[in-house]
Design a protein around this ligand. Sequence first.
Ligand code: NAD
Length: 357
Amino acid sequence: MNKKNNILVLPGDGIGPEVCDEAIKVLKHLNYIYKLDIVIEESAVGGSAYEEFGNPLPEDTLKAAKEADAILLGAVGGPQWDDIDYELRPERALLGLRAELDLFANLRPAILSKYLSDSSSLKPEKVQDLNLLIVRELTGGIYFGEPRGRSKSGDSAFNTMIYSKNEIERIGRIAFEAAQKRNKNICSVDKANVLEVSVLWREVISELSEEYPDVELSHMLVDNAAMQLVRDPKQFDVIVTGNLFGDILSDIAAMLTGSIGMLPSASLNSDNKGMYEPVHGSAPDITGKELANPIAAILSVAMMLKYSFNMNEACSAIEKSIQEVLSEGYRTYDLEGSKENKLSTSEMGNKIIEKIK
Ligand code: NAD
């Protein structure tokens, strides 16, 4: 018997369930056309899980997440949970899942369809057809380094930026392998002119590159990388960097595309098990109004097919269909476009399915 591909969907809060519904529809359609042997289950997470079970990450959800081959998460959070105990807040579920599943590699593509180049804050010619991928280390570096804290007097505070060779190597591998599936170009970003940890980072990534002769490696200091992202973002294919630098650079890259409803992300562990989620949050201001753009969630499914299941044909089918829908002028309400071509959340999902071949 063929091994089934088990996908756990965690819709979460706000527009999370709305965009996940569309992503599941697309996934089921692809499952039918391409015979992907996909089995889909659903569990509670975030604020809605807190309401039902008193815990944003219930035991059963965590167990199901550990058993699944890949996870699709909608979004968590909302103003109604802003004042509850920190440990019980919806966002804790995300941190819990990342830590329990050891999801150390965060992949954030910044893709701008040529049909949407007017939405960027940069001139259209600078960003048209932009397609770069930021690979950020997610479970180490200065955000987790010890010692950390305040001095006894309270007059100073400190954090530790620390990476081991092993941590750098494993994020490097994910980045090199991703580059092999793209334009075979990596830029490793650090601050090696000032930080010892960056000198080690550069050494390990350079050594690793010998195992990937088909991928071209360059190094860039983070201050220059921030500048280059705004000056000429299309020079990049894959950027690999640590937790702190990646946090900042991935938000710069996201803004280049101008539309948060279009951006997917993946967090992977060393077995290529991944949690895939749109970059946006639960958008309480538009929840329940059929105004949410489901494309970020649908592109998260495309990433899942590519990175967790190596189903490249099915992944391209989604990407192509989205381009076709956009080229015909169809838009959700967050995207500029003519009134008569505006689609609701579910209409956009249906249109994308209609074009999948
Ligand atoms: P947000 O991303 O939810 O919304 C920011 C703005 O973008 C809003 O105006 C919203 O309407 C719009 N928007 C977001 N996604 C959209 C989509 N798919 N289509 C159309 N418009 C969209 O960020 P926020 O308002 O700062 O946060 C709201 C809640 O979401 C908070 O509780 C926050 O903690 C949570 N949050 C969760 C995640 C996550 O689950 N990964 C990420 C960010 C924020």
